[in-house]
Structure formats: C-alpha cells, structure tokens
Design a protein around this ligand. Sequence first.
Ligand code: ARG
Length: 584
Amino acid sequence: MSVSFNLALSLDAALQAAATAAGLEAPFAAEIRGADPRHGDFQANGVLGYAKARKLNPRAVAQQLVAALPAEVTANYEVSIAGPGFINFALRPAGLLAWLQTHVRAEQLAAGAATTRAGESWIVDYSSPNTAKQMHVGHLRSAVIGEAIARLLTYSGAKVTRDNHIGDWGTQFGKLIWAYKRHVDTAALARDPIEEFERLYKLGNSAAEADVAVMDEARAELVQLQAGKPESLDVWRQINEASLRAFQKVYDQLGIRFDLTLGESFYNDKVARIYEELSRLGLAQESLGALVVFHPEHPRFKEQPFMIRKSDGAANYASTDLATILYRTEVLQATGMLYVVDKRQGDHFEQLFITVRKWFTASQRPVPRMEHVDFGTVLGENGKPLKTRDGENIKLKDLLTEASDRAYTLVCEKNPDLPEAERRAIAEIVGTGSVQYADLAQNRSSDYVFAWDRMISLEGNTAAYLLYAVARIHSIFRKLGLTPADPATEVAASGLETPTELALAHKLVKFPEAIQLASGQMRPHFLCLYLYELAGEFSAFYSADKVAVDDVPVRARRLLLCARTLLILENGLQLLGLRTLARM
Ligand code: ARG
C-alpha cells in the first residue's frame, strides 16, 4: 500500500482495516490530514471524536489501532501517538524511495490520479464571450481558469465536455445591423472585421442614444433578425464567423480547444418549450407583461423575481440558460455542469439553479449538479478594473503580445547566445504562461492586481520561476549526456540520506494531495502553490547536494530526485494549461 499514488488515501484504507482487525465498533473515520512537517507527513485525527462519542479513552483506542496496523505500513512509516490521541505517520526513507520508484512516468502518475473523480461527468461552460466584440482582459479569467479546471477534472478521471456558450444573440445586434447597413467601410471590414464591427457598434449606440428615431429603427432591426429575415441573418452570420475566427487565435495561444461551441442562438427555437413547461407546472407567471419565476422562500430574491421572458416577448439570458440546461441533460446526457463566470453574475446563477431544482423535481427529472465556479475582477495598479490609459478595455490579444515582448527582454538577459528565432519562441511561451499563471496562482474568488513586473519575473511564485526550474533540470541531464528517468541509471540508487534529499522527497510525494485539493475545490491556486514550494525544495537540494558525484549509488539517487521533480513540475504546469521548455 505504501506505494499507491495517493498516500493519504491508502493510509485511510489501512486504518479502516486496522479498525476492523482491532474489533472497533463501526463506523470509524480516520480523518487523514497532511501533517505539520515537524510531526510527520500525515496525521489521523479521527480517534478523538470516535472515542469521545463512545466515552472511551482516546489514547487507548489509538494504541489499539496502531497495534493492528499491517506490517507494510510500519515498514514504510514511523508511527507515533501524540497528544490526546492523534496518530502521526512519518514516511521512512524507504517508503519515500518506494513511491518515487513506482512513479517514474507521466502515465503512472496519471493512472493513480484518475481514480479520484472516476465516473463523474461534467460540462464545463467557460470563456463564453459575446461576439461582435474583441475579447478583452475581462475574458482572460474564464478562459484560463476554465481550461485549468477542465484539465484537472480530466486528470482526476472525470469525463469532461468543454462548451463555449458564446453570446451571439444579444440586443447588441439591433444597433450593429442598423449601423452596418448605413455606414460599413468595406475596406476596413476586409482588413480587420472585429475592429470594424466595434466601430459600427459604437456608432449605432451613440446614434440611438442621441435620436429616438434611430433607437426605434435599431429595435426594428433586432425584431427582423429574431424573426429570421434572411438579409439580417446574413449580416449576423458574417459577424459571428469573423468573431469566432478572432477568438480562435487567442484560444490557440492559450492551448484551448472546445468540444462544443453552442452559442445563445442555438437555443432560439428551444425557449418556447421552457415558457410552456414552467407555466404549466405553476412555476412561472406573468408579471407586467413579462414571464417571471418567484422564489419567495428565498430572502434575497423575495423582491426580485427571475425574469425568463421579457415584456416584449423576447428571450433573455435566463430563458437561454434554462433551455441550455434542458438540452444538456436531455440530449448530451449531462449530470454535472460548471459555469466558470465572473462572480458578479452570482445572483443570476443562484436563481437559475433554484429554478432548475424546482422545475426538474416537479417534472420528475434527475436534478443535475450545477456549480457556479466564480472569480473576481482583474484590477489595475490603481485598484480599479484594469483599463487602458484612455479608459478603454484592454484587448486580450494586445495583452498577450505585450507579455511576449516583455518576456523577450528577460530571455535575452538570461540567454543572449541563443538564436533570435529561438529566443522569440521561448518568449512567447514564457509571456503567455506568465499571464496564465498570474491569474491561476490567486484564489480565483478574489480580485487581483495585474502588475507586469511582478508577473514576468524570475523571482516569486511566477511562471518564469517554474519554467526556469524545469529548464534547469533538463540542462543537468543534457550536460551529463543522460535522459531523465532512465531505468539504467536509476537502478543503482541508494537510500535517501541528506536532510535536503529527504525534504525534497517528502514534497514530491505530496503531489497527489495537491491535485486532489485543486480538483476537489476547483481552485487551481492550490496546485500553483504546491509547484512553487516544490521548486523551492529542489533549489535547496541542488545547492546543498552535488549531483554529478563519483559515488555511483549517490549520483543515481540524486538523478532520480531530479527526474521526479522534473516529471511533477512538467505535469503540474501542463495541467494548469502552460507549455514547458527544455531550454530557457
Ligand atoms: N456571455 C456571457 C458574458 O459575457 C457569459 C456566458 C456564461 N455562460 C452561461 N451559460 N451563462 O457575460
């Protein structure tokens, strides 16, 4: 058991077995936690509660359990009882080495990880920008966090479907089509369609604001589009296609590939059924011409009904989201849905989920798992939402270009001798990775301040620091003319001895816990923090313990530690959506 992927889980199983063997009355929960490193690697906290509920002496229960532990556990762990009845487990050097020797390749790590969410299936709704506009910095978080979560869930064994729920059917199209018909600049359109659509939208918007007659015409355009007038649909289609092409460039750079891109328009012909069902079930009612759902039992929504059809008869965000959930459960057979969306939409999702729970229960459908995976705002250094100097939103594509330009400076300082093209290619990976990582390294629910200097730096919890650690380990092997994790080298490894070897190994075996924490709470920053700490342990080891020594067994075990650090750093960064480098 000592070598199973998730040591905390296997200890849990071992304590269960010990509880049965010792004749403890069921149920007993071991409650394994990561321990304070001074006391060991893991701690079982469950004895206290168990003993208290049964008026037993906790230390005596702990002693019974420890005595009943299988021999393989005591061979790999030093086990001790502390305080009133905590059981501490400290991995022995042999236990550490055994784990490292059974987790040599990415497939072995992945196979272990894939048991934690096996059997689950999730639709991840993320990115989901609105068409006819550029993606701006506000769209960064959903794309980056959504992708990392999709990867983490897949790695943990879940079936994941990535769905880009684009906003391709909003009221913006009335004004846009109005302006397009009157003011389009065909040369500009050919050059950069999105720029031109944005110009037209702004023009239509200010014209409509200045003149009610224009506002009415724009409304009429929207009605014609919604009624399916071919000429309007043509313009609309052109706008969406150009938008998707522009989005795709950003997705390519961020390593994102969607399984589905079912925008709001896809649900157009599916909303009537929602109105009908919800009204028939008595959940929805007319109010001032609109169709609404009340949740009077919910203090926050007492005065604020959930509007599912506007008073002009048009569908809205809510109707589309309800139709989407029906489609996902009926047609895609989904049992779980994640919405990686700004936390300012919290009320919308709460009302949506309450409505679906009532509706599905009343219609005897199984209620899917629905979660709003929320995130905070990207702020400028002035503490306000990040904008350009003239108050415009920062375009995501410009932001990524600037990132790779800034990273280029860093790469040139570090490695002036590499050919120019290679420095550029490295800079693109470091720059993009820095932007992704700075976003992921924060607890997603908080706002964060976007600061270039902190983000593209070789110091601190940054992408550049971690990518550099990876490249450095590659170079250790390159210089020795060896391949990482070569069994012919590693077979000679002797037992771990020095404090820095041991500290690094103790950190390496915690990778499964980091994955479980990040994927369990859908918070990638737990993985970031782990990787950062791992890179720190590696640095300490590398400066204290020379790797290329003559003593073959010592050299072999140190190379093994290098190779495993490399494996876990590379896997971890890839799970976050970053690309890694062999040279930097
Ligand atoms: N298009 C929306 C926006 O830009 C986000 C959509 C999120 N997904 C959803 N199913 N509501 O705010």
